[in-house]
Design a protein around this ligand. Structure first.
Ligand SMILES: Nc1ccn([C@@H]2O[C@H](COP(=O)(O)OP(=O)(O)OP(=O)(O)O)[C@@H](O)[C@H]2O)c(=O)n1
Length: 497
């Protein structure tokens, strides 16, 4: 009967079969995507750490490096997470009181304890590498140098970290690891890009390292270091000049001027008005100059500045031998050097000095650089002290000499010209990590740079998640359509039952 006839609009999607299929399908998609995403998710950021102490001739510095621990073979990016400058002089200055060398490291070691999470302490390697100051002490008095190492090792063994030893690193290692640091931080190694040369100037030695198409290691093989990094072969030229760090060169220039043992030395590398009484025994107390000591030596001399760049450059030139060379080409002192190639990063004291002199912009023509140093040297000492009241007077007094030495070393020593001087960049840090040998040293000792390029997953995590989700949805839609024959009939018109 029509009144009792019931008009029911029936939606086919509301049948029990389709509801069950839809629910199961949605659960399956969510489960599939969740499992796939979780399984391939990068683990939460855990960090590993490594500590290197750079025991330099003028001071010691501690560097803490960190890298994400989840990466296979520890190939995650390593960055400097903390640094600490040890108060006092370099460890080689403690030859007569070695226990104080160990003691001097304590404050920075406590800082390291705070910086590295305590659950990581035991597994964190700790290295101490000593450079030219200890090389010189070892030449001069190996018993004293052993005593210093014993004292610093004892102090470091009591730290909670995994102490891996204290040793002198060779000049070749210092040069090569400085080059590795610069190119690692610039991401040049992983990508196989043209590398940057490294120029490092310390207090007691200086290093030059670069790759040149004209150098395969056959001429002067002692300057060659070969690396295979991320699947690329490098034949690096490197040389470390012991005694050519800026503090030792200052002694050598003074030694040249005091060979006859005068009571007063008029020094063009110091400002007019600068005067200080200096002790002959102290000045000559290093193997870089000991053979030049005037005999018999007076007790002291009056060191008086005259502030003349050109004259200063003349006395600085005396510490180089530009004539002896048994190779096809040389830098100085008979040392082979292939032709310069590519960009260079100049760090450590190169940066300190050129930054102070406002000369880090290498697009400034060399002639103008020399003019600026000339003006700086000609400024009277009283005026300099007034102009820079906050800078240590020891540093301040030496920038005229140091600037002159740097320009002479780069242009006459290494043969940089007006054309390739702009290829040099004076740098302190790269991406917040200090430029220097320590990072390269640690990367090497912890095998953090693989010889071969690491296998990459074909897709990044985000791409992987999207693809899994899309495929799961497509499969679901496909299943729904394949079940069409069992769908209840549907029509646009309401069904009259
Ligand atoms: N603001 C500063 C800091 C340091 N220096 C000078 O820079 C040199 C130290 O450079 P560094 O790379 O720290 O040398 P060391 O590691 O001490 O020396 P080496 O590597 O030769 O052992 C020293 O001459 C120091 O007087 C400077 O002129 N101005």
């Amino acid at each position: 009967m029509s009144a009792q006839r019931e008009m029911k609009e029936k939606n086919p999607w509301h049948t029990p079969a389709t509801i069950i299929i839809t629910v199961i399908g949605v659960i399956a998609i969510v489960a599939l995507v969740t499992v796939a995403v979780l399984q391939n998710k990068p683990l939460p950021k855990k960090y590993k750490y490594g500590i290197v102490l750079d025991a330099g001739s003028s001071h010691t510095a501690l560097y803490i490096y960190g890298w994400p621990a989840e990466k296979v073979n520890d190939t995650g990016r390593v960055v400097q997470v903390h640094s600490c400058k040890v108060k006092g002089p370099g460890i080689s200055s403690y030859a007569s009181a070695p226990l104080n060398a160990g003691e001097s490291l304590k404050v920075c070691m406590l800082e390291a304890k705070d910086q590295v999470p305590s659950k990581r302490h035991q597994e964190t390697p700790l290295y101490l590498g000593a450079t030219a100051g200890m090389r010189l002490l070892n030449i001069e008095n190996s018993t004293a140098s052993d005593g210093v190492f014993q004292a610093v090792s004892q102090a470091l063994q009591t730290s909670p970290f995994s102490f891996q030893g204290a040793r002198i690193i060779s000049g070749q290692e210092e040069g090569a690891f400085g080059w590795v640091t610069v190119n690692y931080l610039d991401d040049r190694l992983k990508q196989g890009l043209e590398t940057t040369g490294a120029l490092d100037l310390g207090g007691a030695s200086t290093q030059i390292s670069f790759v040149s198409d004209n150098y395969d290691g056959s001429e002067s093989p002692k300057n060659s270091v070969t690396f295979r990094l991320y699947g690329n072969d490098y034949n690096l030229y490197t040389h470390s000049f012991l005694c050519y760090g800026k503090d030792q060169v200052l002694r050598m220039t003074l030694a040249h001027q005091t060979q006859s043992g005068p009571a007063t030395v008029l020094d063009p590398c110091f400002h007019r008005g600068y005067t200080a009484i200096k002790n002959y025994t102290v000045l000559y107390d290093t193997p870089c100059v000991s053979d030049r000591k005037p005999q018999p030596a007076p007790a002291s001399f009056n060191h008086t500045g005259t502030g003349d760049f050109q004259e200063c450059q003349r006395v600085v030139r005396n510490v180089f031998n530009f004539t002896d060379c048994k190779y096809s080409r040389c830098s100085f002192n008979g040392v082979f050097q292939p032709s310069l190639q590519g960009p260079f990063g100049a760090f450590s004291a190169y940066y300190f000095v050129m930054n102070f002199l406002n000369l880090t912009d290498t697009s400034t023509p060399l002639e103008d650089v020399k003019k600026k140093i000339t003006n700086y040297c000609a400024t009277p000492w009283e005026q300099i002290k007034e102009q820079y009241p906050h800078i240590k007077q020891k540093y301040l007094a030496e920038y005229c000499f140091s600037g002159t030495y740097i320009i002479t070393l780069l242009t006459e020593g290494y043969n940089f010209t007006s054309e390739n001087y702009p290829n040099i960049k004076f740098i302190k840090k790269i991406k917040d990590s200090d430029a220097g040998w320590t990072l390269g040293y640690m990367l090497n000792l912890t095998n953090m740079i693989p010889a071969e390029a690491p296998d990459k997953p074909p897709l990044p995590h985000g791409g992987y998640v999207s693809i899994v989700t899309i495929i799961a949805i497509l499969l679901f839609v496909l299943i729904i359509f394949s079940l069409r024959p069992i769908w209840p009939r549907c029509s646009k018109r309401p069904q009259i039952i």
